[in-house]
Design a protein around this ligand. Sequence first.
Ligand code: C5P
Length: 242
Amino acid sequence: SKLFRIAIDGPGASGKSTTAKQLAKKLGFGYIDSGAMFRAITLKCQQNNIDPSDIANKDKVTEIANNAEIRFPTLDQVELDGQNVSELIRTSNISRNISLVASNWAVRDILANQQRKMAKGEIPGTISTGFERHGKLVKGVVMDGRDIGTVILPDAELKIFIEADVRIRAQRRFDELKKREGDALTETVDDVERDLEARDLADYTRKIAPLLKAKDAITLNTSHLSIEEQVDAIEKMVLERV
Ligand code: C5P
């Protein structure tokens, strides 16, 4: 049966993933974190001592992407070649090196294929049990990233573009890092903000699949919204459409 596909795009630390995850949980939908896939490829390059910024390594990076098996066994888990890498892919080191992987068209092509297959349920992932509506079972999938509404799922049933002030996003990401790393965290909020701005710029300006609001996407500014309010707002849009 047809799946209700929700595409959520937006800049880093805008609350996309948290919102997407909670939304998926609430609706009983599957969840695909496309950013985690780029992060996993970046990690695998590092583990294999391959510098993605060296043009001579282009083919090696492509080979890594071709052979990486990325899975989402639960809403909170990312697996790379059978290993749980959920924590390893969320370091600042990965974030700082990801743009070169994300702007490699061969990698994007390989991941795009996988993302579309996952959205159709052709690759095992988090399972959609769905919810009842007007006596019918509605099943679906939530995918978040930068180019989901524009390139990956241009015919998604609902497209959301999330925005938030960069300072607020930096504070959110900093709080997240602090919670995880505690006193080991050496970065300041300013450092995190600078990194975010650099990554935003790279995402907005790259030639291939840049961060862009799809024409038919609904903008949601989350600067002053709680995660719960964000989830509720999108859930309401879903219910209006099924
Ligand atoms: O969403 P997240 O912050 O985990 O994404 C990390 C990076 O992966 C982004 O900054 C972007 O460069 C890349 N990405 C992308 N296309 C996507 C998702 C993420 O290029 N669909």
